[in-house]
Design a protein around this ligand. Sequence first.
Ligand code: ADP
Ligand code: MG
Length: 289
Amino acid sequence: MAQTIACANQKGGVGKTTTVVNLAAYLALAGEHVLIVDLDPQGNATSGFGIDRAALETTLYDVIVGDVQMADTVLATAVDHCEIVPASVSLAGAEVELASTDQRERRLTRVLAPIVDRYDYILIDCPPSLGLLTVNGLTAADSVLIPTQCEYYALEGLSQLIATLNLVRDNLNPALAIKGVVLTMYDARTNLSADVAAEVRNHLGAAVFDTVIPRSVRLSEAPSFGLPIALYRNDSRGAVAYAALADELRRRDGHVSAIAPIVPASAAPSPVLPSTPDSSRALAAGGLR
Ligand code: ADP
Ligand code: MG
């Protein structure tokens, strides 16, 4: 039975989609059968695999709102054993249409159920909000993976997300676990990246993956070729990092180990970052459960 992981952070541009696409590709290359569910109306995971959204006959929208079966929307990708349920902009309408329906938060859970057993991992790429689509993703998931950009307000954003996770647990999905926090867009040339990484680790400890994703132009170029980094520049730093992340995830799950995690050289010791009262309070009051 698959383990379903929602990749979520209400901030846009923190690396959710990049993480889903590249982690999925490396998990599949390591022998796992992987399904990506593109839950973002922007459809960046879909286009990141070179799929033309405009040409799609059915997408996740038709499954969530209509009566199309999830299995009938699954597409192959350029990576063997890595499949995707694509999204198009129509999915934005699903958020509105679902709002007035019964069990509106459990729609994704229900439509995923018939195909869950076919996969080892199902990765859900959530939109950059904490709206009904993301709540559907968190309700359908066993755990949540949280990409966090190494920038100033990282902790503040995390505290909001944690509050939402706690609400989802209390009302919809008590078993929702934290898969981990992934530090993204790490820039080894700046003290800020090192400071933020240290601060996040300080607050969240073992929940933070050892592997850190560096800022890498190759990672940002790959989607314009419709390829995951594994098929675009498998020797780039970003590629090595996502391969290591997949390996670390599989090791945490008790699968086979392959290569050592990538840990950036730590920069000079740094002063404590100013965290907002809100973020400190939320993290202190339970932090990551
Ligand atoms: P999100 O899904 O959270 O909105 P994306 O994964 O789409 O974020 O990333 C936002 C932008 O940053 C994209 O243009 C992406 O190509 C780029 N990007 C993501 N991760 C990296 C990275 N490690 N290095 C450089 N650019 C990145
Ligand atoms: Mg995205």
